[in-house]
Design a protein around this ligand. Structure first.
Ligand code: GLN
Length: 231
């Protein structure tokens, strides 16, 4: 963590991939980073007495960027899993997620995961959705930098389906006013999001967990949750 020269305030350098609404995205008018994760990490920073400095990085570049020492924490709808635990420390889980499938509105051939056999699927590079899609027999998996790009590819007819995180799919369908796509009800996985820190920084990981505990105890976490997901 660095000090801001002007204010001598401690700065927490946060990395995210800001194309993952409602967790992290840029507001259309102000270009400010906004979303559930952004509110949560700002509240965590405040609790710890840090100013939060947010950097927008490709999802598959987040862990390398932290390993290179350019950021202190990652909050980016990142699922806690064993592969990543080899490289980083995770906070306590802060959100329960899972993968779902989105298809074109008039597609009646794909009703569940097993119908994806032999189909073309769009996923975001470096995500659990990409890993899951690659287990489908005979599927052609096309990888994109952002979830927004996977939806574009579906609409353009380049793929039959998108495999992506449930809350992000739900938000896209609710907010985009998109009538030509639909989500399937099956949830493929159970995943927990965590905030990631460098293995060199166990002290920071402890502080983040303590801050999360406080925000859960004082109702702040619930307030942020309701802002983005309702009651
Ligand atoms: N939760 C998924 C993962 O961790 C996707 C995250 C994302 O695209 N921001 O792989």
């Amino acid at each position: 963590q660095k000090k801001d020269a002007a204010s001598s305030e401690k700065v927490l350098r946060v990395g995210c991939n800001a194309d993952f609404a409602p967790f992290e995205f840029q507001s259309e008018d102000s270009k400010e980073y906004t979303g559930f994760d952004m509110d949560l990490i700002r509240a965590v920073g405040k609790e710890m007495g840090y100013k939060v400095d947010i950097q927008n990085i490709n999802f598959d570049g987040l862990i390398p960027s932290m390993e290179a020492g350019n950021i202190d924490v990652i909050i980016s709808g990142m699922t806690i899993n064993d592969e990543r635990k080899n490289k980083v420390l995770f906070s306590k889980p802060y959100y329960q997620s899972g993968l779902t499938i989105v298809v074109k509105g008039d597609n009646d051939a794909i009703k569940e995961f097993k119908d994806l056999d032999g189909k073309k699927i769009a996923v975001q590079i470096g995500t659990t959705g990409a890993t899951e899609a690659k287990t489908i027999p005979n599927a052609v998996v096309k990888e994109f930098n952002s979830s927004a790009d996977t939806f574009m590819e579906l609409k353009a007819g380049g793929v039959d389906a998108v495999v992506n995180d449930r809350p992000v799919n739900d938000y896209y369908l609710a907010k985009s006013g998109e009538k030509n796509v639909k989500r399937l009800s099956e949830v493929l996985t159970a995943e927990d999001y965590g905030i990631a820190m460098s293995k060199k920084n166990p002290e920071l990981a402890k502080q983040i967990d303590e801050a999360l505990d406080k925000l859960k105890a004082n109702g702040e976490y619930d307030k942020i949750y309701e802002t983005w997901f309702g009651k």
